[in-house]
Ligand binder design. Structure first.
Ligand code: SF4
Length: 339
């Protein structure tokens, strides 16, 4: 029996197959001295404009969302995109030092920095390491516009630093309204209620907040969109975006499907698969890169109309802008996501 919970790494020549139950996994933390750069220019196909400048103080993510597109980056390290991504976490203790050195040279050319792209900047390890916090302090020194996307209430610890930044926006990734809905796909994340509480705490402190309904899983959470936007509005959010689920690699698709079958009823799983494959030419993946990056599918149009209607109804203003230009409350009527 193949250990699909951690699909074979396609970059490795050999892979182990387990007979019977795989060995139990435990959290392993590796410290890595980053020697080159800490700022990465990354192409976010969902994000308008595409290119983003990102800082990741960690690799891997204990939140373990089964849909996470960042799982593929763990394969570049020689690990697997399944359980390895959730249990083998790489920490970069010198990230704040590197960031300061880089910004001394590049400050004038740096339009913004996003935390993060390949992990959640507030994984539980951050409580001890404080690397995201130290990097934010550096951003405050250089007055770099900052965007944060997280699922963790730990972000409220850094309100004092956010107040020193004159351009910061904190998004909460919140695709599901209840913990029952969230749990099959986000097994180790703080429950939605905790994320809304953290959003309100930040908003009440004067920090601009937003909601990312990402991903929308076709046939599963479209009906949560109105309620999520309402709760976000009550919690002080002024900006919202959404994106549809995309499974970018074979490994991610395998893991997502396996966990879906383990954690959902056969009927619920079948509904998702049928809804996705109907439009994606019999596959769970988008037919073309363009389709994925623009989101111009029939499903996207229908879901977008629902999202736009409720965003307008709740007073989020329409208009597309990048994270560093949010002088007024807006919602993004284009596909846009990081997590
Ligand atoms: S989606 Fe975000 S929070 Fe979830 S596993 Fe990926 S990086 Fe972590």
């Amino acid at each position: 029996m193949r250990h699909i919970k951690n699909p074979p790494n396609p970059y490795n020549r050999y892979s182990a197959e387990y007979v019977g139950e795989p060995p139990p996994t435990k959290l392993e933390v590796f410290e890595e001295t980053a020697t080159k750069k800490i700022i990465t220019k990354a192409f976010a196909s969902d994000w308008e404009g595409g290119w983003r400048y990102t800082v990741n103080c960690y690799r891997g993510c204990v939140h373990g969302c089964t849909y996470c597109f960042a799982r593929q980056y763990h394969e570049y390290l020689g690990y697997g995109a399944g359980t390895d991504f959730e249990t083998k976490i790489v920490v970069k203790p010198n990230a704040p030092k590197l960031l300061r050195e880089e910004l001394k040279k590049t400050r004038n050319k740096m339009p913004h920095l996003d935390f993060s792209f390949a992990t959640d900047p507030y994984v539980a390890l951050e409580a001890e390491y404080k690397l995201t916090r130290q990097c934010l302090v550096v951003c405050a020194e250089f007055q770099i516009p900052v965007g944060v996307i997280t699922k963790s209430p730990l972000v409220t610890r850094d309100i004092d630093v956010f107040k020193k930044l004159n351009n910061v926006f904190v998004f909460f990734s919140l695709p599901f309204l209840t913990k029952e809905k969230s749990n099959p796909f986000e097994p180790y994340t703080p429950v939605p209620e905790a994320r809304f509480r953290a959003m309100k705490t930040l908003s009440d402190a004067g920090i601009r907040t937003g909601i990312g309904i990402a991903p929308v899983i076709p046939g599963y959470n479209e009906s949560d969109i109105p309620g999520l936007l309402e709760r976000a509005k009550e919690s002080g959010a002024t900006k919202a975006f959404m994106s549809m689920l995309h499974l970018d690699t074979d490994s991610i698709e395998e893991y997502f499907v396996q966990k879906m079958h383990e954690r959902l009823s056969p009927t619920a799983a079948k509904k998702i698969i049928n809804t996705m494959t109907r439009e994606r030419g019999g596959s769970l993946r988008h037919k073309t890169y363009k389709e994925r990056s623009t989101g111009k599918t029939e499903q996207w149009e229908v879901t977008k109309r629902l999202f736009d209607f409720h965003a307008k109804r709740l007073g989020f203003r329409s208009g597309a802008e990048s994270i560093e230009q949010h002088s007024e409350p807006v919602y993004q009527p284009v596909q846009q996501s990081l997590f």
